[in-house]
Write a protein that binds this ligand. Structure first.
Ligand SMILES: [Fe+2]
Ligand SMILES: [Fe+2]
Length: 161
């Protein structure tokens, strides 16, 4: 049996994952407008991942007999300083997600909820991947001081995600 505290925290995180999808869709739209089809494609893929993260939590709440409550989304950021800024902001966002997942695990462990603890481990691994992907993109761009040519080459590479 899941505690009310943990069920509410998971429901909040589920909504935050949907917000993340919306933020990445906004980043994709920004990239489209600036003629960066690779980044637009990459962020669109990320939208689907975030929706999957949210749905994993949705299904977990249903499995343990809790009510799922879908909330309204805040307006995502729509303006970014440029190509590199998109990925910097995405990394900042994922770091927030990581700390939120860690916080959920602390609640699960404090409640001795071993099932929720096990369920949340998937997200621990996923957050390593999410941060690594963004760090790789940013490190690669930084190798050439974020030059125009490296941005174009990166954009071609991201198109094949
Ligand atoms: Fe996520
Ligand atoms: Fe991922």
């Amino acid at each position: 049996m899941i505690s009310k505290q943990l069920a509410e925290a998971l429901n909040t995180q589920m909504n935050f994952e949907f917000d993340s999808a919306n933020l990445y869709l906004s980043m994709s739209a920004f990239a489209e407008g600036k003629n960066y089809p690779g980044a637009a494609h990459w962020f669109r893929k990320q939208v689907h991942e975030e929706q999957e993260h949210a749905m994993k939590m949705y299904k977990y709440l249903v499995s343990v007999g809790e009510k799922v409550t879908i909330k309204g989304m805040p307006d995502p950021e729509t303006e970014f300083a440029g190509y590199v800024d998109l990925f910097k902001k995405a990394l900042e966002h994922e770091r927030i997600v990581t700390s939120r997942i860690n916080n959920l695990i602390e609640i699960a462990q404090a409640n001795k909820d071993f099932a929720a603890n096990s369920f949340l481990q998937w997200f621990v691994d996923e957050q390593i991947e999410e941060e690594e992907n963004l760090n790789n993109i940013l490190d690669r761009l930084a190798l050439t001081d974020n030059s125009a040519i490296s941005i174009v080459m990166m954009d071609d590479r991201l198109a094949s995600r």
